[in-house]
Ligand binder design. Structure first.
Ligand code: G6P
Length: 596
């Protein structure tokens, strides 16, 4: 959600570096873009509504500059217009901002009394106004930043340039990510690592209450008391290839194809009882688990609830983070709160973690992005190690989260004497062999199924138990990228009202991987068929009542969700592809949702 890039270096190709950086952050989601750079001792700002290509149409790349800041905006306060796009300026100050300034209405009223005129509808412009006001007052940019930080409330990552200071970029942040990096020729800031990977794979995290001051020679970090501090240098383990499409038409497809290797690499770290003890041993002391997440991460929680309750005999509560943060909860010393997040920066999930930590409840993050806020703030972290995920709609990170939850389930099931040692070893072996089954799935074409559903207005996804969790994720994936309205329902619940929506030829996609409820789900499928639906069934046994039956390989039922969800990911992809949708960057969506 929004992207920031900043560059200051010896080379004078700032415009190129900034735009390429923004392109590497496109996956975060945006609807306008802009840059500000120094040229002939002046700050020049260029911005445009729409894609970065629109901005590029009005950029003259022959202009030389060695310092600039850039931004992609995902509209929150104010429409997606050129005027609301960043950078925003006031007097000598120009800024780009990610996050939300919650008290901006009050602040706007206050500065209007001082005759400041605001031209945009955004919350962000007030930051430039305040910085300029206090810069004029103190004639000291650091003092102006400190004062502004004291006044603004909300979340922010902010990059600042000042017309009087042509050799520095300043940055601050709170509840919104920002990394800082340096190579021998330049310094960079960015919302995420892909923006700087062409120049360096070493980076540092700017923490809350710190100020970063970048020059082309060095980066100085100041703490809350304005004392210089040393930073841990992190190394990005992936490579630039990870953030490129290769021969795939879309990142989403590439990421689906990466899933089998991600599972193979993950399982190497958990494939013996000894390794499980070492990595997951701490989990045995809890009586109950609450899983918190948003979007697909929440769906992993739903599937994990069914798994953990059945195979490990542990009560599990699953909460949507945006709800959890504003409600009562009953977690105690025997509870474990698990926070699932690809980005590790989702505002609601992070706020829920902070809420729980006040109660001294133990917390575990299941996170993809290394050193992200949730990864750093949770008591313990398990990394999903899926590599950078660029497509907005998650696929490989979801699968990696699910694998971790399956590993936790079978380990706790073994410790609680529900899963035998032999079964545990068999399951670990079968996880290792999932690549064979996934290859079978990836070798199939689901285009024919896509052709049957891509013109539908509405689609139902049905399942019971774990299969309901799969249905939820299948439905979300389809909605996100193909814009077809769909709803996931627990199969047995449909008849309590919603079945009234079934019409002739409406596609109903059902998932049946659990043997003990096979016949029950079939009965529900028959109920929809009797009302004219077109039934696509993904199952581990043949279903005569289906119009299309996709059979999944018959492995342990605990692992079948993995196979079913990959099939649904590909069906969503093919459907969106047929419709010609912008698959990697669906309208209105952001990959990393850093505002409430
Ligand atoms: C956004 C993304 C979803 C994702 C959700 C949670 O809405 O578009 O794909 O599931 O955020 O993100 P997280 O990074 O916390 O997993």
């Amino acid at each position: 959600m929004c992207g920031i890039v900043g560059y200051i270096g010896k080379e004078k190709n700032a415009l190129n570096i900034l735009i390429n950086g923004l392109k590497a952050l496109e996956y975060r989601g945006y609807d306008s873009a802009g840059i500000a750079y120094f040229n002939k001792n002046k700050i020049i700002t260029i911005k445009e509504k729409g894609k970065i290509e629109e901005l590029e149409k009005i950029i003259d790349y022959s202009i030389e500059s060695n310092i600039g800041i850039a931004h992609t905006r995902w509209a929150t306060c104010g429409d997606a217009t050129k005027i609301n796009a960043h950078p925003h300026s006031c007097g000598k100050i120009t800024i780009v901002h990610n996050g939300i300034i919650e008290n901006y209405d009050d602040l706007k009223e206050q500065v209007k009394k001082d005759n400041y005129k605001l031209i945009s509808e955004t919350d962000s412009e007030i930051i430039a106004v305040l910085l300029n006001k206090y810069y004029e007052e103190y004639n000291d940019i650091i003092k102006a930043i400190v004062k502004t930080k004291q006044i603004i409330k909300g979340s922010y990552a902010i990059a600042i340039i000042c017309a009087d200071i042509q050799d520095k970029i300043y940055a601050i942040r709170k509840d919104s990510p920002l990394i800082v990096a340096k190579n021998e020729n330049a310094s960079f800031i960015a919302s995420d690592v892909p923006a700087i990977l062409n120049y360096t794979n070493k980076y540092m995290i700017l923490n809350e209450n710190e100020i970063a001051i970048l020059t082309n020679e060095n980066i100085v970090f100041l703490n809350d008391s304005l004392q210089p501090i040393k930073k841990k240098i992190l190394t990005f383990e992936g490579n630039t290839i990870d953030a490129q499409k290769g021969h795939f038409k879309h990142f989403m497809l590439k990421e689906i194809f990466e899933e089998k290797d991600i599972i193979k690499n993950l399982i190497k770290k958990y494939n013996t009882i000894e390794k499980l003890e070492k990595k997951l041993g701490f989990l045995t002391k809890y009586d109950n688990i609450t899983i918190i997440g948003c979007g697909s991460a929440y769906h992993v929680g739903i599937i994990a609830k069914y798994l953990l309750e059945e195979y490990a005999n542990i009560p599990v509560n699953v909460e949507i983070a945006s709800e959890f943060r504003y409600k009562n909860n009953f977690l105690n010393k025997k509870s474990l709160a698990i926070f699932i997040s690809q980005s590790g920066e989702t505002a609601d999930t992070l706020a829920s973690l902070r809420k729980i930590k006040i109660k001294s409840v133990d917390t575990l993050g299941i996170i993809n992005v290394q050193e992200s806020s949730i990864a750093r703030e949770a008591d313990k972290v398990i990394y999903t190690e899926a590599g950078p995920e660029i497509a907005v709609a998650t696929t490989k990170a979801f699968i990696a989260q699910l694998i971790i939850m399956i590993l936790i389930t079978i380990y706790l099931g073994y410790k609680n004497n529900i899963i035998t040692r032999d079964l545990l070893i068999e399951l670990l072996t079968n996880i290792n062999n999932l690549d064979k089954y996934l290859n079978q799935i990836l070798n199939n074409s689901y285009k024919e199924i896509a052709k049957k559903i891509y013109q539908a207005q509405n689609i139902f996804f049905l399942g019971r138990n774990i299969d309901y969790g799969i249905a939820l994720e299948g439905s979300l994936k389809l909605k996100e990228i193909s814009y077809i309205h769909s709803e996931a329902y627990p199969a047995g619940e449909l008849k309590h009202g919603t079945i009234s929506l079934i019409e002739e030829n409406m596609p109903v996609i059902s998932i049946i991987t659990k043997d003990n409820i096979f016949d029950k789900t079939i009965s529900n499928i028959k109920e929809t068929k009797a009302r004219g639906s077109f039934n696509i069934v993904i199952s581990n046994k043949e279903v005569n009542d289906s119009d299309v039956n996709i059979l999944i390989p018959n492995i342990n039922s605990i692992l079948q969700p993995i196979l079913a969800i990959v099939i649904l990911q590909i069906i969503s992809y093919e459907t969106a592809n047929l419709k010609g949708c912008d698959i990697d960057k669906p309208r209105n969506l952001a990959k990393s949702v850093t505002v409430e």
